[in-house]
Ligand binder design. Structure first.
Ligand code: AMP
Length: 284
């Protein structure tokens, strides 16, 4: 596995791969890798000749300086996991390498980012779109792999690709969970024992709500029930729970036949902010 630390090095590497007729897969991550990330690498390995993973804790997508400071950074352990998973090149740039000058361009994804993560983390998707655009330009992948765990992010990136005509395909992979249902996340490393014990409630609430959606319980009632259950657990501080259209991410008042629904939540547990979602209907 090649280790690349410069933008020019990554460009040269993928230019050579493309000239050799190889298919290039890209897996952008912020590191502290777990099975959810490794699944993306394995999916890329199955489709592509070159699998480039990036490890970069992107400052521009954090709206909370403390969250950025405390984000787990384990580059050596990550590198040891990536090679056996099929990664052929690891891109680990410094902040000045990715941002030699402050960015001026600002993205506006309209209604897509006026809800949930976009509404609760001002500037978050601008930072995501900035860094993902940079990675797409530098790596020029044929395919880029993302997790359904960050479903709104997938929607924003699909919009980015469509609006800017990036010549690549986005592949979304399912959410990988711990045995007790907790969605794997790098931030889980920061959970204390009590918060970790309470954390499976998030997925339980989502699954119960999904069952209610299948039964046709109206969105307002599903939201109210979920919020009540979350409020009962003293270790959990819910930030939002939403019943939304899976494509537009807009909150629903009623269901539309043939359109998938996504249930999304964000909550704080012992100072750590977690998100999760489940999909219902239309093939989910
Ligand atoms: P992150 O390092 O958290 O920015 O995540 C990098 C990529 O891995 C994103 O596309 C995430 O959606 C994806 N990812 C993170 N956690 C999971 C998970 N539990 N299951 C599937 N994909 C995940």
């Amino acid at each position: 596995m090649q280790i690349l630390t410069t933008a020019a090095g990554l460009q040269a590497y993928t230019e050579q791969a493309r000239r050799a007729g190889k298919r290039v897969g890209l897996v952008p991550t912020m590191g502290a890798l777990h099975a959810g990330h490794l699944q993306l690498v394995q999916a890329a390995r199955a489709d592509c000749d070159e699998v480039i993973a990036s490890l970069f804790v992107n400052p521009t997508q954090f709206n909370n300086a403390e969250d950025f400071r405390l984000y787990p950074r384990l580059p050596e352990a990550d590198a040891a996991l990536l090679a056996p998973a099929g990664c052929t090149a690891l891109f680990v740039p410094s902040v000045p390498e990715m941002y030699p000058q402050p960015t001026v361009l600002r993205f506006d994804f309209g209604a897509l980012e006026q809800v949930m993560e976009g509404a609760h983390r001002p500037g978050h998707f601008n930072g995501v779109a900035t860094v993902v655009s940079k990675l797409f330009h530098l790596a020029r992948p044929h395919r880029a792999y993302f997790g359904q765990k960050d479903w709104q992010q997938v929607a924003v990136i699909r919009q980015l690709v469509a609006d800017l005509s990036f010549d690549l395909e986005i592949v979304a992979c399912p959410t990988i969970r711990e045995a007790d249902g907790l969605a794997m996340s790098s931030r889980n490393l920061r959970l204390g024992a009590d918060a970790r014990a309470a954390a499976p409630l998030l997925h339980q609430v989502l699954e119960a709500a999904a069952e209610h959606v299948r039964q046709g319980v109206l969105p307002a009632q599903v939201r109210a029930d979920a919020e009540r259950t979350l409020a009962h657990e003293p270790l959990v501080t819910p930030e939002y729970f939403e019943v939304a259209d899976a494509q537009t991410l807009q909150p629903l008042e009623k269901y539309v036949t043939g359109r998938a629904v996504v249930l999304c939540l964000a909550a704080h547990l012992g100072g750590v902010r977690l998100i999760d979602n489940v999909m219902v209907g239309a093939g989910a």
